[in-house]
Ligand binder design. Structure first.
Ligand SMILES: NC(=O)C1=CN([C@@H]2O[C@H](COP(=O)(O)OP(=O)(O)OC[C@H]3O[C@@H](n4cnc5c(N)ncnc54)[C@H](O)[C@@H]3O)[C@@H](O)[C@H]2O)[C@@H](O)CC1
Ligand SMILES: Nc1ncnc2c1ncn2[C@@H]1O[C@H](COP(=O)(O)OP(=O)(O)O)[C@@H](O)[C@H]1O
Length: 314
């Protein structure tokens, strides 16, 4: 039986009721009768997920840099770094305000620290395999300067939260970030970035246009998260549940996506794995739980991935 796009939208419109969603990512959108809307299935994840090899070491799983946190939102940086750590990056470095250093070392001793002053030394950033920017970063001058530096770096980034708010006012930066960057807005951030929308159908059409224009991946977060790739295809993630509706959940997702980019996955594959396992960890924890905290979710991720790997034989 055909599944229609309207099933995955919180509001109603005439167009999405007519749009068929393909099950799985198998069909190329160029194929006849294929839909640009595709539902991610377990088989797709199995095909993407790589095993951790015997004799491998931290150097094989990439080094991620997390640029996040401010005086009052250090938690966002910790949650993002925790997501990155738990999704398996070989090394994670966080650049946070100096006042947050003790918190970082106490909460996440595995994570290294980079002084914000070093962010202006572009060469020193080249060694990172993934750079995530934005959670709890604030919108003040320092944060704007950081984004300007990243534009010059010409390395793809994962942009979330305050980075998106800054980019909404700086088209020059938005359109000059490297291709294959990943933008992870929730509904409100999406509308701040790309303009107000009447409904979700319209939002998806804008997302498809912008992802193509930017040559980047847009992760439009909601109960069903839409991963819009560089070709304008919309991949629908169906894991996750309302127990996850708590502050910090998106910060963990950003860190997870950074971990997958660091491990060598493409921007699209990293976004798919991040959203899928983020939601699945939430589903596992929500059995018998009313709500889940973001810290708990991050800690669940290695268990979730291993359980999936064992069950699917991937
Ligand atoms: N422990 C921490 O330090 C935390 C820091 N955070 C950071 O704090 C900064 C600001 O976060 P705020 O929560 O103030 O701002 P947001 O822009 O995330 O949210 C502002 C308001 O927008 C609305 N909204 C958000 N998502 C929505 C959705 N999907 N549908 C409809 N309405 C929605 C809600 O009313 C919300 O209160 C961000 O940089 C964020 O990363 C938050 O992640 C929460 C935890
Ligand atoms: N009802 C829900 N069902 C599934 N996932 C949810 C639900 N509520 C929130 N989430 C997930 O939690 C995350 C929230 O992200 P975001 O709004 O950016 O949070 P924050 O800014 O507080 O970190 C997204 O990945 C979203 O998909």
């Amino acid at each position: 039986m055909a599944v229609f796009l309207s099933t995955f939208l919180p509001d109603s419109d005439a167009s999405s009721k007519l749009q068929v969603v393909d099950e799985g990512l198998g069909k190329l959108s160029s194929e006849e009768e294929s839909s640009p809307y595709k539902l991610i299935g377990d088989r797709d994840i199995k095909a993407i997920l790589k095993p951790r090899r015997p004799f491998s070491h931290k150097g094989n799983y990439g080094h991620a840099l997390i640029i996040a946190g401010d005086m009052k939102t250090m938690g966002a940086a910790l949650l993002c770094a925790s997501g990155c750590l738990h999704a398996g990056a070989g090394l994670t470095t966080a650049t946070v305000p100096e006042s947050g250093l003790t918190a970082l070392n106490s909460a996440l001793p595995e994570v290294m620290y980079l002084d914000r002053k070093h962010l202006v030394k572009i060469k020193s950033l080249k060694k990172y395999d993934a750079i995530a920017v934005g959670p709890g970063l604030g919108k003040q001058l320092e944060a704007v300067c950081i984004l300007e530096e990243l534009m010059v770096l010409k390395q793809a980034v994962i942009a979330d939260a305050d980075a998106l708010n800054i980019l909404s006012k700086r088209e020059d930066l938005l359109f000059h970030l490297a291709k294959d960057s990943i933008f992870t807005p929730h509904l409100k951030e999406f509308d701040i970035l790309f303009g107000k929308h009447k409904n979700w159908w319209e939002r998806l059409q804008t997302g498809r246009t912008m992802a193509k224009k930017l040559g980047s991946v847009i992760v439009l977060k909601n109960q069903y998260t839409f991963i819009i790739d560089q070709q304008g295809d919309v991949l629908i993630n169906s894991t996750g549940n309302p127990a996850m509706a708590q502050g910090g959940m998106g910060d963990v997702l950003t860190g997870m996506i950074a971990a997958y980019v660091a491990q060598g996955y493409s921007a699209k594959a990293a976004a798919i794995l991040g959203c899928y396992f983020h939601g699945k960890a939430g589903d596992e924890l929500a059995t018998g739980r009313y709500n889940i905290t973001a810290s708990e979710l991050a800690a669940q991720v290695p268990v979730t991935v291993k359980t999936f790997q064992d069950k699917s034989g991937s």
